[in-house]
Write a protein of this length. Sequence first.
Length: 269
Amino acid sequence: MSVGEERRPLIPKGNQGWLRMLSLSQGVAFLPVLLVIWSSAAFIISYVIAVLYGHVQPVFPYISDTGATPPESGIFGFMINVSAFLGAATMYIRYLITKQQNEITNFMKRRYNVIVLGVGLVGCIGMSIVASFQELAVPSVHDGGALVAFIFGVLYITFQTIISFKSCPQWSSHFTCWIRLAISSVSWVAVTLMIAFASMISITKIDWNPGEKDYNYHLVSAICEWTVAFGFVFFFLTFIKDFQVGMRNGWLPIQSKGLGAKLLLTKNV
């Protein structure tokens, strides 16, 4: 907002339309972008280092296995913790956007949006536990955090998909809805298979070789784990457009209840 410029009432009393405000999301749209780039880098960098040092085999190790041994363990822990923070921030902004949209078109109950945010934040806490408690140091806590992260993460993207369909076509395109449904469906199948095959593994190790006992169970489970992880990444990619909901001329539908339930117009310069 430029110096001397103030928020001002725009629409006469009784107007039932909605206004367009200069998109503040232009300032926060970097969040899902940064989350996607940072999380992908966290997975890839720790994987490359672990393979180069010979700590894991290059063919589908578990994600946690690529961050179990120094020096990659420190990088993995730091980057995943940052990813958890970025994920929580992105979910909160998404919550605020959905809340504003729902106040305008009333497509769902308000508490549903709050519940979805809570589910997402629990998943982020699980990610932070994974990052903070190394697999080889505290395996039970690490595995519990991973289970929470994956299950609540899949629940979160599923609930967001439902919100997308409920808010379609006013706030979500049909294409976006079906993309989110596809990602959610694949993630559910993958996380179910991941847990099922991981439960069949009878030994604990990070350096797997073909032909070893339980290797096939490990391979299927690890493939599913990577599928779910990047399913989350691709799902958050679909948030980028939601965070840039401004029209081509730079205005965003918004309604403010703050000053006597008047609609306000704010412009950024």
